[in-house]
Design a protein around this ligand. Structure first.
Ligand code: IKT
Length: 352
């Protein structure tokens, strides 16, 4: 594959770890990165080590990404809890109040943009895509969004993306993302898929600071909370919820877009997909093995369950950011052959 220049919007846990993983991958050159206060652009390739060293331990409670937006017009929906230097601390960066606009302006030679921003307003990521489209960007946009309802909002933009030459890869993290793709492969044995059960385990003791945004998003899935509550809660309130659960929180029936992404790929009904898991912030060990179970009937009448497991030794950072870059590359291949529009992880797997 030819070289891929990419940009990262947001330098919280996901943005920074994606930059780090990219240094071990072939053909990937990060040329721009931003957060709420700063933007770094180097068309010959950012010095990732310097950028990470400058931003490490220097992230806001929302992952330093919430206000990676322009002129305060969009905050990603998260209450800002204080100033931090973030990307602006890097010698490669400039301070800015218009980080997304700055990346849009620098995007002439950018093949792909990873949107690693929190999505506490459901239309936030679609609106970020609108800004790129309005500015005439032609290339790949990738997000690691979670919520099912956002997919429709992106689908509504298909004509615009096609006219513009944008290939949008949505839900490209772990779940949805890696595990949705795994389900699409596991479904190939069957002519009729009965159900898909995704069950994840994450141990986040040392990674807690880096992933505060993820924990906040997860809390919105608990029975007594919703996305607005999670957005408005202070850090202390989030920690109080974690403490109420002794640091180990179990989630059931999460609204994760694996369901609509498998349905739009023709694999099963969205209602036949369940996503749940266990988050343990007291340990780096996974509290449970991450598993995808796909149950169905084969062409010759047998009923079976294909199971895909992640090794307990693999971290959430590895299982979100490796796949995000893999889907980014898959998006670039499509874009370079003139395939535009909205693609989910299951669309980039064998067809069903
Ligand atoms: C996500 O970021 O995709 C969702 C998070 C779960 C990640 C699962 C990783 C599994 C593993 O590493 O074994 C969570 C719902 N925020």
């Amino acid at each position: 594959m030819d070289e891929v220049n990419f940009a990262v919007l947001g330098c919280g846990g996901i943005g920074r770890r994606t930059l780090e993983v990219s240094t071990d991958k072939e053909h990937l050159t990060p040329v721009a990165a931003c957060d709420r206060n700063g933007v770094a652009v180097d068309h010959t390739g950012l010095d990732v080590d310097e950028l990470l060293a400058a931003t490490e331990g220097n992230i806001a409670s929302d992952g330093g990404t919430a206000a990676a937006s322009n002129s305060g017009a969009d905050s990603g929906g998260v209450k800002q809890t204080g100033e931090n230097a973030g990307v602006a601390a890097s010698v490669q960066a400039d301070p800015t109040e218009t980080p997304i606009e700055d990346v849009v302006e620098a995007s002439d030679d950018v093949d792909a943009v990873l949107i690693a921003l929190p999505n506490f307003e459901h239309d936030f990521i679609p609106r970020v895509a609108d800004r790129f489209a309005a500015a005439g960007y032609e290339g790949v946009l990738v997000d690691v969004l979670k919520r099912s309802r956002v997919i429709d909002m992106l689908d509504e933009r298909t004509d615009e993306f096609e006219a513009q030459g944008i290939t949008f890869v949505c839900g490209a993290g772990a779940t949805p993302g890696f595990l949705t793709g795994a389900a699409a492969i596991a479904a190939q044995s069957f002519v009729d898929v009965h159900d898909v059960d995704i069950w994840w385990g994450v141990g986040l003791k040392s990674g807690y600071e880096d992933n505060r945004g993820t924990v906040r998003e997860d809390i919105a899935h608990l029975p007594d909370y919703d996305i607005d509550d999670a957005r408005e809660m202070s850090d202390a309130e989030i920690e109080a919820v974690v403490d109420e659960h002794d640091g180990v929180i179990e989630f059931e029936d999460m609204e994760h877009a694996d369901d609509v992404l498998l349905e739009r790929a023709g694999i099963c009904d969205a209602g036949d997909v369940t996503v749940g898991g266990i988050l343990d912030v007291t340990s780096d060990e996974k509290p449970t093995t991450t598993t995808v179970r796909v149950t169905g009937t084969t062409f010759d009448g047998e009923t079976g369950t294909n199971t895909f497991e992640l090794d307990d030794a693999t971290s959430m950072a590895a299982n979100v950011n490796g796949p995000a870059l893999g889907y980014l590359k898959a998006g670039v291949r499509r874009n370079r052959t003139g395939e535009y529009g909205v693609f989910g992880p299951a669309d980039l797997m064998p067809g069903f």
